[in-house]
Design a protein around this ligand. Structure first.
Ligand code: URA
Length: 204
């Protein structure tokens, strides 16, 4: 099966998913979008109102900032893959609950396995905690881990994980916005790096 076919299968499953309570209040599920051949994958928390209305990730105010940050390192949205930990909007934009994250996790895991990015950027606490758990990395706090590179393995394959703050948190906070801009420079550098390590890094 090609990457495209494998992702289409996931998107189809998500479109009819009723595995958790979030399906009851969603308008559209938001599976994710972007290049399946990208070396860079962004993982957010959950869709908001605009994402729920359109079925596309990060298209509201936070998405506009994310798009600018991606462009600040010389890339376009189409060149990366963008998704969320939870594919359906939590009512009133509340935090996703642990059981919702757990139920939705197999979709994210399969998406990671199709794309096999060299670098995963986690946006905010929920995404960072979830992806760290997948990679067996202990999570402390965003203050400690943001803008740092973590090497881990997800389903046996090495990946670099770089946590940063959620763009929504930076919308009205210029200091945090500056931090995000700096963290994105770290992402740019990490993308250019050759990691010397165990052979399985070189075998797809
Ligand atoms: N916030 C997220 O975490 N994801 C989106 O898709 C939009 C806003």
């Amino acid at each position: 099966m090609s990457k495209k076919e494998a992702m289409a299968e996931i998107v189809n499953e998500i479109s009819i998913c009723t595995k958790c309570r979030l399906h009851q209040s969603r308008t559209n599920p938001v599976p994710g979008e972007g290049s399946l051949d990208s070396s860079l994958m962004f993982i957010g928390e959950a869709p908001g109102a605009r994402e729920d209305a359109t079925g596309r990730p990060f298209v509201g105010a936070a998405g506009k900032l994310l798009t600018q940050l991606i462009e600040s390192i010389g890339l376009s949205r189409d060149e990366v893959y963008i998704t969320n930990v939870v594919k359906c909007r939590p009512p009133q934009n509340r935090d996703p609950q642990a059981d919702e994250i757990y139920t939705c996790l197999p979709y994210l895991r399969r998406q990671i396995n199709i794309i096999r990015p060299r670098v995963i950027v986690t946006l905010g606490r929920h995404a960072t905690k979830t992806v760290f758990e997948l990679a067996g990395i202990p999570f402390g706090s965003m203050t400690r881990v943001h803008g740092e590179e973590f090497r881990g393995r997800i389903d046996g394959k090495y990946v670099t994980i770089i946590p940063t703050y959620h763009p929504a948190a930076a919308l009205y906070n210029p200091n945090l916005r500056r931090t995000l801009v700096e963290d994105f420079q770290i992402i740019k550098e990490a993308l250019g790096k050759e990691y010397k390590g165990p052979l399985d890094h070189f075998i797809s």
